[in-house]
Design a protein around this ligand. Structure first.
Ligand code: T3D
Length: 260
């Protein structure tokens, strides 16, 4: 049973949620496999960008509610799921030193939507739909949705989306700034892959620094953010990519980034 497919090509790790018969809903085995795949991508120096998508007509329908109901009936501690699975998955995506692209091919609901929000960039098929389904099943937002969504759309809209839970389509997601691009369904794979390959050919250390700076600045003072930027810049100016790109600019050539 392979609920998550993982492959590496052109320095891009592709992670595919693969339970199309259940809209790629996340049961425990799926979440374990997803964390394993993301951890492999984070640790592999040959990987310079990650692409996350879903098989079939869904991106991810969030928590598997059939398994969840069985757990409720068995009286098992539910918070284990959030702490043991969702939190490490989201932290692995946000804290890895390489860009992560979500190719949102279909419906993204609850924790599935939150997974896409944790990624650095989102590109959507015109068939994508988002549903902050947590309140519909009387649950609090998890998987970082309370943190990521308000940074994407602002606190007022995040409150509206999370409290009312009304689904919205790709065009609305584009208007809200949740996705950066919407493409016809048949073009999504190629467009998302091209974006991931472009990132994989970019200045990996500078991308890592940008991710760290953005994450830190989200909850720090300007003074602290300036201090971290200075430290990160100290590290970036020492990279071969920076030295080479500066030389290339002066020589009127295209830079080649090797990710070191
Ligand atoms: O402690 C904890 O674990 C809490 C953590 C919670 C995190 C969360 O993610 S809470 C939110 C959980 N997700 C939802 O509430 C979404 C439930 N699903 C839906 O609302 C709809 O299915 C969709 C909007 C996603 C898609 O609608 P539609 O009409 O396109 O498809 P459908 O017919 O509803 O679903 C197709 C099949 O997928 C269906 O199975 P069947 O009848 O063909 O055998 C459906 O049951 C299954 N499916 C969809 N979502 C889930 C699911 N099965 C299990 N869990 C799901 N989340």
């Amino acid at each position: 049973m392979n609920e998550v497919r993982y492959s590496v090509d052109d320095a891009v790790a592709t992670v595919v949620l693969d339970r199309p018969e259940a809209m790629n809903a996340l049961r425990a085995t799926t979440k374990v496999a997803l964390l394993e795949a993301l951890t492999s991508a984070a640790r592999d120096d040959a990987v310079r960008a990650v692409l996350l998508t879903g098989a079939g007509r869904a991106f991810c329908a969030g928590q598997d509610l059939a398994e969840h109901a069985a757990n409720l009936e068995a009286g098992r501690g539910l918070n284990d799921t959030v702490r043991a699975h969702y939190n490490p998955i989201v932290r692995t995506i946000t804290e890895m030193d390489k860009p992560v692209v979500a190719a949102v091919n279909g419906v993204a609901a609850g924790a599935g939507a939150a997974l896409s929000f944790a990624c650095d960039l989102r590109i959507a098929s015109e068939k994508a739909r988002f549903a902050m389904a947590f309140s519909g099943v009387a649950l609090a937002p998890d998987s970082g949705a309370s943190w990521t969504l308000q940074r994407l759309v602002g606190p007022a809209r995040a409150a509206e989306l999370l409290l009312l839970g009304e689904p919205f389509g790709a065009d609305r997601a584009l208007e809200l700034g949740i996705v950066s691009r919407v493409v016809p369904a048949e073009e999504l794979d190629a467009a998302a892959r091209a974006l991931a390959v472009r990132l994989a050919q970019g200045p990996t250390s500078a991308y890592a620094a940008a991710k760290r700076a953005l994450r830190f600045a989200a909850s720090s003072s300007l003074a602290d953010a300036l201090a971290l930027e200075a430290d990160l810049q100290d590290a970036c100016v020492k990279t071969d990519d920076h030295v080479g790109a500066t030389r290339a600019f002066l020589d009127k050539e295209r830079p080649v980034f090797r990710g070191r």
